[in-house]
Design a protein around this ligand. Structure first.
Ligand SMILES: [Zn+2]
Ligand SMILES: [Zn+2]
Length: 135
């Protein structure tokens, strides 16, 4: 039951999470590439009630292939991506691994959307990789 803390680049938004990590993994989808500006996003999922957020975020909502709506929250001041939500499966908050201070707890269990990965991205062969999102 690790305690996770983190903040955005400017420090205006911070979080404290206490509870079991439900799952964590790397997402190589085009949306994550665009929103993060990186080849892939490492997402760490906890229950909403286990994540305490401080500071002002802005929210962007968009639809994906599955028909679900996703929401992404970022710092209203510096623009750092902070939190992700799947509105079709409420109850979980996705933290962005890069904003977590306790790096030792970042241990992705899978890769998803491997079919759109940037070719030079090296994936850990010891964890499963899925072309898309597994059903
Ligand atoms: Zn900020
Ligand atoms: Zn993604």
């Amino acid at each position: 039951m690790p305690k996770l803390t983190g903040n955005c680049l400017c420090g205006q938004v911070s979080f404290e999470a206490e509870g079991d990590i439900a799952m964590q993994g790397n997402c190589h989808c085009t949306d994550c590439q665009q929103v993060s500006g990186s080849p892939f996003a490492t997402l760490v999922f906890l229950k909403d009630e286990d994540v305490k957020i401080t500071g002002e975020t802005k929210r962007f909502e968009h639809s994906v292939d599955s028909g679900n709506k996703l929401a992404k929250e970022f710092c209203a001041n510096c623009g750092s991506q902070m939190f992700g939500y799947n509105l079709g499966r409420p109850g979980m908050t996705a933290l962005k691994a890069g904003s977590i201070n306790e790096k030792e707890h970042i241990q992705p269990q899978f890769n998803v959307y491997a079919s759109s990965k940037v070719p030079c991205t090296i994936m850990d062969e010891n964890i499963p990789a899925f072309d898309k999102m597994p059903g």
